[in-house]
Design a protein around this ligand. Structure first.
Ligand code: UD1
Length: 341
């Protein structure tokens, strides 16, 4: 089966391409204009898997060039759709950028599904769709609350767009995967998160502080109602997230879905505070990091972690990697980058 991965040069996208190729069950092509990723990722994928992946450097928001991919590849049978902007604070600062990009791109993906008879779609959603929840852990039946950021809102709208579209296009089957906080790098240490600008996410910032690219880590708020006052998140290894996409695709191929659109949480189930993450990292590098306390960051919820038992039961998904693996692989990736860049 040929699979089109949108955003295949990006963080979660590239790890998913790696796992798709490793499985030997799929032919893979990617569509990524590398606005927020890098074309060199294709070489890293080849280094790890021994296989070349064709990336079409198109802007998916431009329908005509995006649709050409399907004209050249009429045998695409599934789309795994990652391509989107993903920074919570940036979305608060530039809401229209997020609505325009994330929704326009999804609209074109859905239209392509109908026009080119692609019946299987996996969509990157986020735990941010739950908003601020008091009853933890959250499962797929937890009602969605007020979104805390435009990023979260684009994911809520995206899930609904897929649901309504699938009602009118009964041949389309989709899975919305709600990621908690994907972190870490391929266990080879040769592929990981790489953004052209300053990173926004906690673990890439920590590794850049440790290597000296950034001077210190600012902890955004220590007055949250949590055990040490910092936000609680559910960190999950990126390769575990990647594997879930293959299991979700197989679930659709095997027609195991009960509804046209199924939703799964993907988290470790463990809530970790910002300070706990910093200490886990300090244990790996055997050094103390320079840390300062800052104000709360706009768009942050105080605590969230997952009940992922539905993914375990229906997809057979069981995360393989521990918090130590997440932190250790992220650090090895940072060291690798220092040697190759
Ligand atoms: C959010 C989404 C997540 C999504 C990710 C994509 C939620 C709950 N989660 O993650 O599903 O995959 O966006 O980017 O909305 N922090 C600091 N200092 C820093 C950076 C971060 O203290 O310099 C703190 C944040 O305040 C937060 C935690 O670290 O509490 C994690 O932040 P981050 O890595 O940016 O991810 P989220 O915004 O939680």
């Amino acid at each position: 089966m040929k699979v089109l991965v949108t955003g295949g040069m990006g963080y979660i996208g590239s790890h998913t391409v790696i796992e798709l190729l490793k499985s030997k069950k799929f032919k893979v092509i990617s569509a990524d204009n590398c606005e927020r990723s890098t074309p060199e990722t294709a070489s890293r994928i080849e280094l790890i898997t021994g296989e070349k992946v064709m990336n079409y450097p198109v802007d998916i928001a431009e329908k005509e060039s995006f649709f050409k991919i399907f004209e050249e590849n009429p045998d695409v049978e599934a789309i795994i759709h990652f391509a989107a902007y993903k920074s919570v604070p940036e979305s608060v600062a530039k809401p229209l950028l997020y609505y325009r990009n994330n929704l326009q791109v999804l609209e074109n993906v859905l239209e392509a599904c109908a026009k080119f008879h692609v019946h299987n779609l996996i969509f990157s959603s986020s735990c941010s769709v739950y908003g601020e929840v008091s009853d933890l852990p959250v499962n797929e039946l937890t009602p969605l609350r007020e979104p805390f950021s435009p990023y979260a809102h684009t994911k809520q709208i995206g899930e609904k767009m897929i649901e309504f579209y699938a009602q009118m296009n009964p041949s389309l089957k989709a899975v919305n995967l709600r990621y908690f906080n994907p972190v870490g790098a391929d266990m080879s240490g040769k592929n990981g998160e790489l953004s052209p600008d300053k990173p926004n996410n906690l673990l890439p910032i920590i590794t850049q502080v440790a290597i000296g690219k950034l001077s210190r880590l600012t902890v955004f708020g220590t007055d949250y109602p949590t055990r040490d006052g910092t936000c609680i998140r559910d960190y999950i290894h990126v390769s575990d997230i990647a594997t879930a996409h293959i299991q979700a695709l197989q679930f659709l191929i095997d027609k195991k879905n009960e509804h046209a659109v199924e939703v799964f949480n993907l988290g470790s189930g463990q809530g970790v505070t910002v300070f706990e993450m910093v200490h886990a990292f300090e244990k790996v590098i055997q050094k103390t990091l320079p840390v300062q306390i800052g104000e709360r960051r706009a768009g942050d919820v105080s605590a969230i972690y997952s009940d992922s038992s539905k993914a375990e039961k229906l997809l057979g998904w069981v995360p393989q990697y521990s918090l130590d693996d997440m932190v250790d692989s992220a650090w090895r990736w940072e060291l690798y980058l220092q040697n190759v860049l």
